[in-house]
Design a protein around this ligand. Structure first.
Ligand code: ASP
Length: 316
């Protein structure tokens, strides 16, 4: 087993072997989840705190189910309604929480880098559940597991990531992960939604769906992240759907067995056609949600193991 991290803050710091270790363990958890076989309670006696400074339904529920399946005591803190509203700094919140001695801290924050800052101030293992437009490591891992199970491998695939790349932490984490594992990555979107310098990331950039999707094995759609836009990036949603929304006609440019992915939540009729999203022969969106629980179980189990194995001074 190779996984030496204290925290899971992003994909960028992971070695390909560490990624494989998480995916292998998650794969076994996914099979057990599907069969309804009980899990070894490897997180029994541990306290997991979910701290979400930004709204979330699926990610928070997924981390909660994952922790409970492995026996952890899980607590959800609604940070939106908490002391930050009263002016407490992130560091003070972290120190207060640290004094309660949690073992695993799952954090989502609207600012890039906030989760790393918090991790530096606490003695428990921290998992990044999405920070600003920076990283969302468990999303990329669950996407990778879904692809590996569907395609039978996670290398030498052509993967198109489409839409609002500029505001997407999902895109960033996926570009790191899929690049490290040796895939060909294409970014497709209007130039206003492709970050400057993207061409230097080892990816190909397109502003035309037909061209970019040619021969793709995987088509990953992204949500138009209106909450992170501080200006008009597209002429109109109708225009955007016409040029960049995925429908059966555009998908026909990809390989005949290409799979369709979306991290959710979806804007049906904006970045993806609703019928296509529900087409179980092409769309693996529900499998992504399913793999999310398995990946989070694996990540928390590996971090808890590393914590138990490390000498106490490492965590002091
Ligand atoms: N749920 C994902 C995230 O938290 C994707 C999205 O919100 O569009 O980044």
């Amino acid at each position: 087993m190779t996984f030496r991290q204290k925290h899971l803050l992003g994909i960028s710091g992971l070695h390909p072997d560490e990624i494989r270790t998480i995916l292998d363990l998650a794969d076994a958890h996914a099979d057990r989840n599907r069969a309804g076989t009980p899990h070894e309670q490897v997180l029994a006696g541990l306290t997991q705190v979910n701290m979400f400074f930004e709204n979330s339904t699926r990610t928070q529920a997924s981390f909660e189910i994952a922790g409970k399946r492995l026996g952890a005591n899980v607590m959800n803190m609604a940070m939106q309604a908490s002391s930050i509203k009263k002016g407490e700094t992130l560091i003070d919140t972290a120190l207060t929480l640290n004094a309660m001695r949690p073992d695993l801290l799952v954090v989502r924050h609207p600012h890039s880098g906030a989760v790393r800052l918090l991790a530096e101030k606490v003695n428990c293992a921290v998992l990044n559940a999405g920070d600003g437009r920076h990283e969302h490591p468990t999303q990329a891992l669950l996407d990778a597991l879904t692809i590996r199970r569907e395609k039978g491998r996670l290398h030498r695939l052509t993967i198109a990531i489409c839409g609002d790349i500029a505001h997407s932490r999902v895109a960033r984490s996926n570009i790191h992960l899929l690049g490290k594992m040796g895939n060909r990555i294409r970014l497709i979107g209007p130039p206003t939604l492709i970050p400057p310098g993207a061409a230097e990331w080892g990816v190909e950039v397109f502003d035309d769906m037909a061209e970019g999707l040619k021969g793709a094995d995987v088509v990953m759609m992204l949500r138009l992240q209106k909450e992170r836009m501080d200006g008009a990036f597209i002429p109109s949603e109708r225009e955007y759907y016409h040029r960049f929304g995925l429908d059966a006609e555009k998908l026909a440019h990809a390989k005949p067995d290409a799979i369709v992915m979306h991290p959710g939540p979806m804007n049906r009729g904006v970045e993806i056609d609703g019928t296509l999203a529900d087409d179980i022969n092409r769309s693996v969106i529900q499998e992504q949600v399913e793999m999310g629980v398995a990946v989070r179980m694996a990540a928390m189990e590996l971090l808890a193991r590393n914590r138990a194995d490390a000498p106490p001074e490492v965590w002091a």
